[in-house]
Design a protein around this ligand. Structure first.
Ligand code: GDP
Length: 452
């Protein structure tokens, strides 16, 4: 089962609890049965699934004892907490991501062949380059023909210096030379790409040990294909047992990724997932945070991820603070929607970005399968917003949109049928209610649920 489907099924199971008139044992059991079945079909380790089931049940039963507690909320929160803790290693992942400037950080990448290791090395370098680091790439993969050329091509595209050799056959020698050279040139992030194999075998592990011994990496990152499911557990463990894996990057979390791989790998390595790859392009790479990931999985969006993306795309923009400020004040205006859509357009993959925005991920605005249609719809919506007055853009008063002449004026200005303006307003109201809650922004929307 792919991730989207898993999220949808868990959301539906939680909706059963939300829609039930009273929550008795039967309703809770039915909900948990659906969640556990979905997780097992997504290839999550059975032990982890059973733990989740027991823990949610215990918390729900405890809720019965407490007076005035909202059982629905407790069940939902415990499912979210349990999923998040499955995905958390308990270690301080931020510390692994916040590399220190001014010293050469040597980061070695390991993983099986075709997991996306070489692509990920470059994405990783590009991520830190945007943050002001001076990255460099070393190709210590002498096993796969064409590995050096591939790294060269990626590195050139992202304007990152690289090192490799067509003649030297000992990867440990190349790695040592490359790291040495880049240290002398004052690079503060030296990324070493190592060989993979189709399967785990001793020669690969021996090579990894030698490269690690020669380069003394500050961090070893295990790259894993997010679509492999259950096998992830054993694979991650085998790598962890050979070298000091400090962090995990899951690739191919777009499309057909199974949730189970991610969940099981964290448990096996006790190392946090720090980034995920969400496509073949260089910018399809994101920070991973368990809570936010679960939020997105359940269709609730991930404000922080979205806001980080904005900052990456427009580093000096004050948009981030403005949006956060406004949302914290309970004010989701039409202008915020406009700015979000504009940012979505600026940032590339519409699907990837929209899935981060609470409310938009499962709105009619966005169709995962029809990226082009989504982009066209966004454009049309923005054209209509361009015809709005400042007062209209800055108000979050829904009553404003009950005036027919207003709708007609905007439709004329944008050259569209009034029906489309109605559609835009409908979408705005729906997203606003979802984020801020019903009423004037003081209800139980996503912002409140996130404890903002
Ligand atoms: P390596 O053998 O582990 O170094 O793998 P490569 O970097 O050569 O990648 C193998 C294939 O996976 C290539 O076609 C990549 O474009 C693709 N790939 C890498 N990361 C991702 C990802 O996050 N999503 C998708 N869809 N494809 C990816």
């Amino acid at each position: 089962m792919v991730l989207n489907e898993l999220g949808q099924r868990i959301s539906n199971a939680l909706a059963m609890v939300n829609n039930a008139e009273t929550i008795d044992e039967k309703v809770l059991d039915a909900c948990l049965k659906e969640i556990t079945t979905a997780l097992l079909q997504a290839d999550v380790n059975v032990k982890l699934v059973m733990n989740l089931r027991t823990n949610v049940k215990v918390r729900a039963n405890n809720a019965d004892k407490g007076a005035g507690l909202n059982k629905r909320k407790i069940i939902e929160k415990s499912v979210v907490d349990e999923l998040s803790s499955m995905l958390s290693s308990g270690l301080d992942e931020k510390q692994l991501v916040d590399l220190k400037k001014g010293k050469p950080n040597v980061v070695m990448f390991v993983g099986l062949q075709a997991t996306g290791k070489t692509t990920t090395c470059t994405k990783y370098g590009a991520f830190y380059k945007k943050k002001g680091f001076k990255p460099a790439l070393v190709c210590a993969d002498t096993f796969r023909a064409g590995a050096f050329d591939q790294l060269k091509q990626n590195a050139t595209k992202m304007q990152i210096p690289f090192y490799g050799s067509y003649t030297e056959t000992d990867p440990a020698v190349i790695a040592a030379k490359g790291v040495d050279e880049f240290k002398k040139a004052n690079h503060d992030l030296i990324i070493v790409d190592t060989s993979g194999r189709h399967k785990q075998e001793e020669s690969l592990f021996e090579e990894m040990r030698q490269v690690a011994a020669q380069t003394k990496p500050d961090l070893i990152i295990f790259v894993m294909d997010g679509s492999i499911g259950q096998a992830a557990h054993d694979q991650a463990k085998a790598f962890k047992d050979t070298v000091e894996v400090g962090a995990v990057i899951m690739t191919k979390m777009d499309g057909h990724a199974k949730g189970g791989g991610a969940l099981s790998a964290v448990a096996a390595t006790q190392s946090p997932i720090i980034f995920i790859g969400t496509g073949e392009h260089m910018d399809e790479f994101e920070r991973f945070e368990a809570k936010a990931f679960v939020g997105r999985l359940l269709g609730r969006g991930d404000w922080r991820g979205f806001v980080d993306k904005i900052q990456e795309a427009v580093p000096d923009d004050e948009t981030k603070d403005d949006i956060m400020d406004s949302l914290n004040k309970g004010n989701f205006t039409m202008r915020i929607l406009y700015e979000q859509l504009a940012n979505v357009q600026k940032m590339g993959s519409v699907g990837q970005i929209m899935s981060m925005i609470p409310g938009l991920s499962n709105s009619g605005l966005f169709s995962k399968d029809k990226e082009k249609d989504s982009a066209a719809r966004i454009k049309k919506f923005m054209t209509m917003m361009d015809s709005m007055t400042n007062k209209e853009l800055d108000s979050s008063d829904i009553k404003l949109w009950q005036t027919e002449s207003r709708i007609m004026r905007i439709a004329r200005g944008a050259g569209v049928h009034p029906q489309y303006v109605g559609e835009l307003i409908g979408e705005y109201v729906r997203i606003r209610t979802m984020i801020m809650g019903p009423g004037k922004g003081k209800g139980k929307g996503i912002m409140q649920q996130m404890g903002k």
